[in-house]
Design a protein around this ligand. Structure first.
Ligand code: AMP
Ligand code: MN
Ligand code: MN
Length: 332
């Protein structure tokens, strides 16, 4: 094994400090159908800003998913941007449409928009853009920001930040976890973030309805000769299982872990008119570009998109794009 030194920090744009310090009434908004990193980074930043004396409001179109619904403060999340804000910050969000309904361009387009994100497919839609694909989570960026600005982190903020970092790395099990990330985790635990409790509540606890949904979806598993494994979640399966939350609870990562497979896909039917596509891949195969071509985005190993059409229309089209992409990347 080679020994590589990984820097402890990620660079933070110095102008960001002044922009945030100049704001008095700040909305922090994250993406529709939020994951743990979306909720953790938004609440973490909101509380950091409040601890600096700001009025700060967390905003998200949709409620927190079950993984993080135990976090203090999730019930404070607003579904609209307060009309009197003077600064907008978007976090964990790769394009402007991912803000969903709360972002009314007529009402808020004139405000400075700070775009803080770690997706390589980020479209740089902000007035100021801090996009850091080396960060394993938007939460990691919140951590480095607090460090760079000498803003002390409370146990509460450390808990939000660690929770989001752990969810985006599936409990430190993604290929991008390195010594820097482990040092960040160590520091957050030293600040009081209860790592055991976070793991228990976030990873070792699922709604029974979700297990039932997996049971309904797994019989529809398909394996393509190109090393693509996929299944479907229909509206009918969601009704039968009782799991209506927009969250596969890790089904796509589970099927993608099958040996010999390059890509895992879950197609989720949405109101019969759209399909949500969730993609995972092995290191060495990048699925973010196919997701981006479909109007979505993501990371090399985890990406997604929402496409207009029925399952019957969307599945063959997406599988074709994935076959071509896998062939190009792995040869053959
Ligand atoms: P998921 O499969 O929903 O866990 O999402 C995996 C990654 O893809 C996350 O980083 C998301 O931010 C990104 N992603 C998922 N769906 C979309 C979408 N509709 N548009 C843009 N990015 C997406
Ligand atoms: Mn996210
Ligand atoms: Mn993220």
């Amino acid at each position: 094994m080679s020994h590589t030194h990984v820097s402890d920090t990620l660079p933070v744009p110095p102008e960001l400090k002044e922009i945030l310090e100049d704001g008095e009434n700040i909305a922090v908004i994250t993406h529709v159908a939020p994951d743990g990193d979306a909720i953790g980074s938004m609440l973490g930043l909101v509380h950091l800003l409040r601890e600096r004396g700001k009025v700060a409001t967390p905003v998200c179109q949709d409620p927190a998913p079950y993984q993080v619904n135990w976090l203090p403060g999730v019930h404070e999340i607003q579904h609209v941007i307060p009309p009197d804000v003077d600064l907008l910050v978007s976090i964990d969000l790769s394009d402007v449409d991912r803000m969903g309904e709360p972002y009314d361009r007529e009402a808020f387009g004139h405000l400075t928009l700070v775009n803080i994100d770690h997706h390589a497919t980020n479209t740089l839609f902000g007035t100021v853009n801090w996009v850091e694909p080396r960060a394993v989570a938007a939460c990691e960026m919140v951590y480095h920001m607090a460090q760079a600005f000498d803003w002390p982190m409370s146990t509460r903020v450390a808990t939000y930040v660690l929770t989001g970092l752990l969810t985006d790395t599936r409990g430190l099990r993604t290929a991008n976890v390195n010594a820097r990330v482990l040092r960040v985790v160590t520091h957050l635990v030293e600040l009081g973030a209860p790592i055991g409790e976070i793991t228990e509540l976030t990873f070792n606890r699922k709604p029974l309805s979700l297990i039932k949904l997996w049971a309904l979806a797994l019989p529809h598993l398909h394996v393509e000769p190109e090393g693509i494994i996929w299944t479907v979640i229909t509206e009918a399966m969601r009704r039968e299982s009782g799991h209506m939350e927009e969250n596969d609870g890790g089904l796509v990562s589970f099927i993608a872990s099958a040996e010999g497979m390059y890509v895992g896909v879950v197609f989720t039917e949405k109101e019969g008119t759209r399909v949500n596509i969730s993609l995972r891949s092995r290191p060495g195969v990048d699925v973010s570009q196919v997701a981006f071509a479909l109007g979505g985005g993501g990371h090399p190993q985890a990406a997604g998109a929402t496409v207009e059409g029925t399952l019957d229309e969307v599945i063959p089209r997406v599988l074709q794009l994935l076959r071509e992409s896998v062939r190009q990347q792995v040869g053959g």
